[in-house]
Design a protein around this ligand. Structure first.
Ligand code: MSK
Length: 631
C-alpha cells in the first residue's frame, strides 16, 4: 500500500501537554502512566472480542477453529465476537438515545411552561421536525411544539411500525431497510431486543446477531442521536460559523475557571447564561477574580463551542491535565466519558468535581442535581460552589500552558447548505458539482474519541493527507478538538489543502476541515449525505456517494454504534488501530463482505495513518469510477 505523503508531517502543535503531566508525576497516578504500568498489551481475548462472560460457567476464552477452545456451552468464536460487538452497539445506542430522551424531556417541560429560562429559538426548524414526525407543520407554533414534544418522547417507547426519521433517508435506502427487515421500530425496543439476543442460549448465529445490530444502530443514528441534535438546535440554536480557541491555554489565571465536561448541552447552556449575570460576576469579583471563565471538555465542550463559541480546554485525553493546571475551580460533569480518576486528580488541588446528573455520580465528587425545570437556579448553585473555591487556589501551584489555537466551528448541515448556495439558493448543488468536476475528490468524516493507547497522532496525520488530496473533511467529537489543536479548523490552514480544493474553500470562505459538532451530531452527517443524494448527479443512494467515514482513535462503545449506523446507511467506515471482532475472522469478514453485499458499505480496519488514508482515498476513487465521473 503506497503512502500518500503530500502533507506536512510535523504535528508539534497537537501535543497533549506533556509538560503538565510532568508536574503531577509522583503525586497522582494518571491515565498515560496507568497505560505504561499495565503494559501496552491488554487481554488479547477481550480486545479481539472472543472472551465470553455472559454466563457464570466462564469467562471462556475462545480460539477460532479449536474445538476444545469453544465456550463451555459450545459457543464459537464468531458467535462470541458477534455477541460482544452487538453489546457495544446496544450500549452506544443506549447512551446517545438516553441523552436524546433527556433533551426531549427538557423540551417537553419548556413547551408546556413547566420550565423556566429556556425557550424555542428555531421556529422554522421546529416546523421541519414536526413534518418528519408526521405532524401538520402549519399549526400555531405553541400547539405544534407541544405535539412535537409528545411525539419525540413516543419515539423511544414505540413498539411497532418504524422510527419517524427513517423517512428522511433516500427512498432507495428505505426500501433496502424494508427488504432486509432492519427498520428500527422504537429506540428502547431495539436496545432491549439486541441485549436479549446476546444473553446465554439465545441468538447463536453470528449472521443473525450482526444483522440485528444494524437495526439497533439505526435507532441510534436516525433515532436517539438525531432527536437529540434536532431538539437541541430548536432549543439552543442552530450552530453557525463561529470563531473560538482550543487547548489548555484558554484557562485564565485571573478568573474563576469552570470546565464543562460530558455530553448534554443543557447544564452548560444554563451555566453560560448564568455566568454572564451581573450578580454572579459580582460574586466572583468579591473573591478576587475578574469574572467567570467557562471552557469545554469532550462533547459538552463541542456543544457550547458550536453554538456559543465557548473555548475548548481539552478533549477526552486532556481531562486530567486540565485539572493538573491547578487553575480549575470546578469541573462540572453531566454524562459519558468522564474518567473516575478526575476526582483523584482534583483532590491534589482546590478543585471541585461537580456531578449534575442523578444517572452519573462519582465517588469523591459533589453532587448538585441539575433541575431542568429551573436551569438558571441550578446553574447559580453550581457557580457559587466554584466561586467559593477561587480563594483556595494555590498560586504557586498554577501552571497554564500557553498553547492554544484559533478555530472556526459551527458547521451544521444548515450552515453548510447556506454557505454553499447562499441565502436564496441554499443547496448542495455546488458541492456535488465540485465533486463531479473533480475539484473535490470526495468527502471523508473523521469522528470519535482520542485514546491513551494510541501513540500516533492519527486524526491529524489523516486529516492532513486527506485535505492535501482534495478531500473535503468533516469532523465531530474529540477528533475535532484534536484536529483543532493542530490548527486545521482555521482558514489559516488553507495552504495545506490540495490546489483545487483550496480554490473551492477560498471561494466560500471556510477552513479545510469542517467541525460539525458533538457525538450525537454525527446525525448531521446523515442528513448532509441524504441531501447530496437528493441534489442529484451522484447516484440514488448514500452507498453510491464518494464518501467514507473513519474513527482512527476510537475507544468508546458509542463509536461502534456510530460506525454501525453509518454502514447500515450506506457509508463504509474505517476503524483502528484495533477492532473488537478481530479474533474471529468469520465475524470480521461478515462485517466487511456480507455487510457490503447487504448495505453497499462495510467495516474496514487500518493500523496506521498511511493505511487509513490509502483505504479512504481508494474507496472514494472506486465510488467515483462507479459513478463514471473519473476520467
Ligand atoms: S466525547 S465518546 S471520547 S468522541 Fe463524545 Fe470524545 Fe469519544 Fe467521548
Amino acid at each position: 500500500m503506497e503512502p500518500r505523503l503530500k502533507a506536512r508531517q510535523d504535528c508539534g502543535k497537537c501535543l497533549i501537554n506533556q509538560d503538565v503531566y510532568e508536574r503531577i508525576k509522583g503525586k497522582v497516578l494518571t491515565a498515560p502512566e496507568r497505560v505504561n504500568k499495565r503494559g501496552m498489551k491488554p487481554c488479547l481475548f477481550g480486545k479481539g472480542g472472543t472472551c465470553c462472560n455472559v454466563c457464570h460457567m466462564g469467562p471462556c476464552q475462545i480460539i477460532e477453529g479449536v474445538e476444545e477452545m469453544r465456550g463451555v456451552c459450545g459457543a464459537t468464536a464468531s458467535t462470541v465476537a458477534a455477541r460482544n460487538f452487538c453489546r457495544m452497539v446496544a450500549a452506544g445506542t443506549a447512551t446517545h438515545s438516553d441523552h436524546g430522551r433527556g433533551i426531549a424531556e427538557a423540551f417537553y417541560s419548556v413547551v408546556h411552561n413547566e420550565a423556566e429560562d429556556f425557550e424555542i429559538k428555531e421556529k422554522a426548524k421546529l416546523r421541519m421536525v414536526a413534518h418528519y414526525l408526521g405532524l401538520d407543520r402549519k399549526k400555531p407554533i405553541k400547539e405544534l411544539a407541544k405535539e412535537v414534544a409528545v411525539k419525540a418522547l413516543e419515539e423511544f417507547g414505540k413498539q411497532h411500525g418504524r422510527l419517524a426519521f427513517l423517512s428522511r433517508a433516500p427512498e432507495k435506502r428505505q426500501e433496502k431497510w424494508r427488504e432486509l427487515g432492519v427498520e428500527s421500530r422504537g429506540v428502547d425496543r431495539e436496545v432491549v431486543e439486541l441485549i436479549h439476543r446476546t444473553t446465554v442460549g439465545v441468538d447463536q448465529d453470528y449472521r443473525s446477531l450482526l444483522k440485528a445490530s444494524i437495526r439497533c444502530a439505526l435507532a441510534d443514528g436516525w433515532g436517539g442521536s438525531m432527536l437529540a441534535t434536532e431538539l437541541q438546535d430548536i432549543l439552543f440554536g442552530i450552530p453557525q460559523p463561529i470563531k473560538s480557541v482550543v487547548n489548555l491555554g484558554v484557562l485564565k489565571e485571573d478568573m474563576v475557571n469552570i470546565t464543562v465536561h460530558g455530553h448534554e448541552p443543557e447544564v452548560a447552556e444554563a451555566l453560560a447564561i448564568a455566568a454572564q449575570l451581573p450578580e454572579m460576576i459580582k460574586e466572583a469579583q468579591k473573591v478576587g477574580a475578574k469574572g467567570i471563565n467557562l471552557a469545554g471538555i469532550c462533547c459538552t465542550g463541542n456543544e457550547v463551542l458550536m453554538r456559543r463559541g465557548i473555548p475548548i480546554a481539552g478533549s477526552f485525553v486532556q481531562q486530567e491535565i486540565a485539572l493538573a493546571t491547578g487553575a480549575v475551580e470546578a469541573m462540572v460533569v453531566d454524562v459519558q466519558c468522564i474518567m473516575q480518576n478526575v476526582t483523584t486528580v482534583a483532590e491534589a488541588y482546590h478543585t471541585a468535581i461537580i456531578t449534575t446528573s442523578d444517572k452519573a455520580k462519582i465517588e469523591g465528587a459533589i453532587h448538585i442535581a441539575f433541575d431542568h425545570h429551573k436551569p438558571i437556579e441550578s446553574a447559580k448553585n453550581i457557580l457559587r460552589e466554584a466561586i467559593a473555591r477561587f480563594p483556595k487556589r494555590d498560586k504557586k501551584d498554577v501552571y497554564i500552558p500557553k498553547k492554544k489555537m484559533d478555530v472556526v466551528a459551527g458547521f451544521s448541515h444548515e450552515t453548510i447548505l447556506y454557505m454553499l448556495g447562499g441565502r436564496f439558493r441554499a443547496s448542495y448543488k455546488p458541492l456535488n458539482e465540485n465533486i463531479i468536476n473533480g475539484r473535490i475528490l470526495g468527502v471523508a468524516a473523521i469522528i470519535g474519541c482520542d485514546n491513551f493507547r494510541v501513540k500516533e497522532k492519527l486524526h491529524i496525520e489523516i486529516a492532513k493527507e486527506l485535505i492535501a488530496n482534495n478531500v473535503l473533511v468533516v469532523v465531530t467529537g474529540c477528533a475535532a478538538s484534536a484536529i483543532g489543536r493542530d490548527g486545521l479548523l482555521s482558514p489559516d490552514a488553507l495552504d495545506l489543502a490540495g490546489e483545487s480544493y483550496r480554490e473551492v474553500l477560498e471561494a466560500i470562505g471556510c477552513p479545510p476541515v469542517l467541525h460539525m459538532g458533538s457525538c450525537v451530531d454525527n446525525s448531521r452527517i446523515l442528513i448532509a449525505l441524504t441531501e447530496m443524494v437528493h441534489t442529484g448527479g451522484l447516484g440514488d443512494d448514500i452507498d453510491e456517494l464518494p464518501v467514507v467515514g473513519s474513527a482512527p482513535e476510537w475507544m468508546s462503545e458509542k463509536a461502534i454504534a456510530i460506525g454501525n449506523y453509518f454502514v447500515g446507511s450506506g457509508t463504509t467506515v474505517v476503524f483502528g488501530p484495533t477492532f473488537p471482532t478481530e479474533n474471529s475472522k468469520i465475524a470480521t469478514n461478515y462485517l466487511r463482505e456480507d455487510f457490503n453485499q447487504m448495505f453497499g458499505a462495510s467495516w474496514r480496519i487500518a493500523r496506521n495513518a498511511s493505511e487509513f488514508v490509502s483505504i479512504m482515498i481508494d474507496h472514494i476513487r472506486k465510488k467515483r469510477e462507479n459513478l463514471g465521473i473519473d476520467k
